[in-house]
Every structure is written in structure tokens, then in C-alpha cells.
Design a protein. Structure first.
Length: 338
């Protein structure tokens, strides 16, 4: 059942973020499916685990879950894959913390006969996995960029932009959302595969958050020191957005800054409804995991492999912009992370 949290800001996201527990298992079937996420505290991955559990109960499968200690923890994911190979898993669903560094371990798993599906974040190269089930992350960024561009044009304001990214590794999901947002806003991104090579004077700077509230707050504080006139903030996800908002509020600037983000989780949509986040791109992690478990179960049964699947994205805002398709927060709450 969907849970709606009424508290705004970082506290709401932290309350919702109940831990998955690395190495946990669910289901009673004979097909072992590994779920390896970036963390077990981010509510996005909590919901992903829920989706895997739901699918396992009807697909005759058992899910064993693992997670990194924090976003960017590649070694824990390497260890998880080794564990799953040794345990006789039929397939692995992974949200890679480092989409390049994990590839040798994925190669090893596939060589051992396991099906490997990337969820949410594609590997680099993408065909290192058998398939990717994910949001079109570039489109997710593009939508919030287009919305912000329309809003600033309507209000007659010149933007001063802060970008709160994930981590220094520049993993695919981080790059795609960042560059999509900038393109949507009308910035020349130069190399779409790289963060931070833009020369547009409207960009105050980039900082990293680890996708967490505390990281979002610190990154926002750093960029406000660089330019206190920032009035548009892009964040990699809604936990980072919650932290950024707390920093803006502490500085007395929360009413002067527009925040856009990606996730569309229930706490994040509550923050859209409350006016903390102007717009967010909603994605569907429960669906990603459900489809992943079903694909591994089918592979175990007949050896068939799935195709790449776009699991969809919807712009959520209560301030619709002309020419940018969106749904309101009521829709967002009805569909958050389904």
C-alpha cells in the first residue's frame, strides 16, 4: 500500500526511508534472483525491493537483496555479485553505483550463466547487461529543464543555476539527468557524456550530494557561498532536494529559489504539493523491479532474454507550464513509484 508522508523536507524523506537490509530474502520459490541496489535506505530502493518481493511471490522465485553502504560503493556490489554467483542465482537485478567499474563483475556473472538486468541506471557500455529496465533519465532531466525554462520566461527572470549532482564518478544516470535538464533549459551542454564542461554564465556551479539529504544541504551551502543570488536549483533526486531546501531555508532564501528534481516518490510529491519542489520527474521503481523478477523467472524457465524496457516518466507539478506536458500532485500521489 502506498504510504503518504505529510511532513515537508528532509525529515519526511528520512522517516520514509526504512532500511531494506543487505542480504535479506523473500519468496519461497526455487528460482533465486539477486537484487543489488545502491543503498538500502533511499526510499527509491526501498520501493524497488518491495516490487521485487511482490513479483517473486507470484513468479515462484526467491529474492536475495544486497546494497552498498552508500551511493558510489562499488566494492559492496562486487561482493554481492560474487555471493550470488556462488549461491546459484539465476539472475541479478542491479542499480550500479559505478556503471563502469562494476562491468567486470557483471561479465563474470554472465559468463557463469546468470541473466543480468540493469535497473534505473544503465551500465557503460549499456550492452554489458543483458537488458536495462529504466526511466529514460535524459528525458526526465529534459522535462524539468523545459518546465523551468518556461517558468522563468513567464516570470521574466534571469536564472542563476546550481546543479546538485550525485558523485564524482559521473555514472550514467547522473550525467543523463544533469545534461537533460541543461538542454531542456536551453544551455549548450557541449559533450552530453560529461558533467561540468559548460561555459554558460547562468551556471553558478556543480556540487555532489551522494543522493542524500545531508549531501544536498552541504552542496547547497557550498554553492550559496559562491553566489548567494542562486534562484534555480537542479537536484539529482528528491532526498538531495530536501537537503537543499533546508539549506535555503536556513539562509532565508527558500521563497526566492525554484527547485526541480527527479524521482516522484510519495515524500517528494508531497513536497511538490507544499511548494518545496517546483516540479519533479516521476519514475516507477516498483515496476522496474517487478518486470526484472518476472524476466529472470522466464529466463530460468525457457532461457529467453528480455529486451530493453523504458518504464516511463511523468512530469509532476502544480504549476503547469505552457507547452510542457505534466500531471498535478494529486496524480503524483496516486501513482508515486508504482
Amino acid at each position: 500500500m502506498r504510504r503518504t508522508v505529510g511532513v515537508v523536507g528532509a525529515a519526511a524523506l528520512l522517516v520514509f526511508a526504512t532500511a531494506c537490509g543487505g542480504g535479506g530474502s523473500s519468496g519461497g520459490g526455487s528460482t533465486l534472483v539477486g537484487l543489488v541496489t545502491k543503498t538500502d535506505t533511499n526510499p527509491f530502493f526501498v520501493k524497488m525491493k518491495e516490487g521485487a518481493q511482490q513479483a517473486a511471490s507470484s513468479a515462484g522465485a526467491t529474492v536475495q537483496s544486497f546494497a552498498g553502504k552508500q551511493d558510489g560503493d562499488n566494492q559492496s556490489q562486487v561482493d554481492a555479485i560474487e555471493n550470488l554467483i556462488a549461491s546459484g542465482a539465476k539472475g541479478i537485478l542491479i542499480t550500479p553505483s559505478d556503471s563502469k567499474a562494476i562491468v567486470p563483475s557483471v561479465d563474470k556473472a554472465r559468463a557463469a550463466g546468470l541473466l543480468v538486468i540493469a535497473l534505473d541506471t544503465q551500465l557503460e557500455p549499456a550492452d554489458a547487461a543483458d537488458a536495462t529496465f529504466a526511466t529514460d533519465n535524459y528525458k526526465a532531466g529534459l522535462l524539468i529543464g523545459q518546465w523551468a525554462k518556461a517558468k522563468f520566461a513567464k516570470d521574466g527572470k534571469q536564472a542563476k543555476i546550481a546543479l546538485l549532482d550525485l558523485n564524482p564518478n559521473q555514472v550514467s544516470v547522473d550525467v543523463q539527468r544533469d545534461q537533460g535538464f541543461l538542454e531542456g533549459f536551453g544551455v549548450d551542454v557541449k559533450d552530453k557524456t560529461r558533467i561540468g564542461d559548460e561555459s554558460d554564465p547562468r551556471i553558478v556551479g556543480h556540487d555532489v550530494t551522494d543522493g542524500a539529504p545531508e549531501g544536498g544541504r552541504t552542496a547547497m551551502e557550498n554553492l550559496l557561498q559562491k553566489d548567494p543570488g542562486i534562484n534555480l536549483v537542479y537536484t539529482i533526486n528528491e532526498p538531495a532536494a530536501a537537503g537543499a531546501y533546508e539549506a535555503l531555508k536556513a539562509a532565508g532564501k527558500e521563497k526566492d529559489v525554484v527547485i526541480v528534481s527527479v524521482d516522484g516518490g510519495c515524500p517528494g510529491v508531497d513536497n511538490v504539493k507544499a511548494g518545496v519542489i517546483g516540479a519533479t520527474s516521476q519514475q516507477y521503481p516498483l515496476k522496474m523491479a517487478q518486470l526484472g523478477v518476472e524476466a529472470v523467472a522466464k529466463f530460468a524457465k525457457d532461457g529467453s532474454k528480455p529486451q530493453n524496457t523504458d518504464t516511463g516518466v511523468t512530469l509532476i507539478t502544480d504549476q503547469p507550464a505552457e507547452g510542457v506536458e505534466s500531471k498535478d500532485s494529486a496524480f503524483g500521489l496516486q501513482n508515486c513509484w508504482g
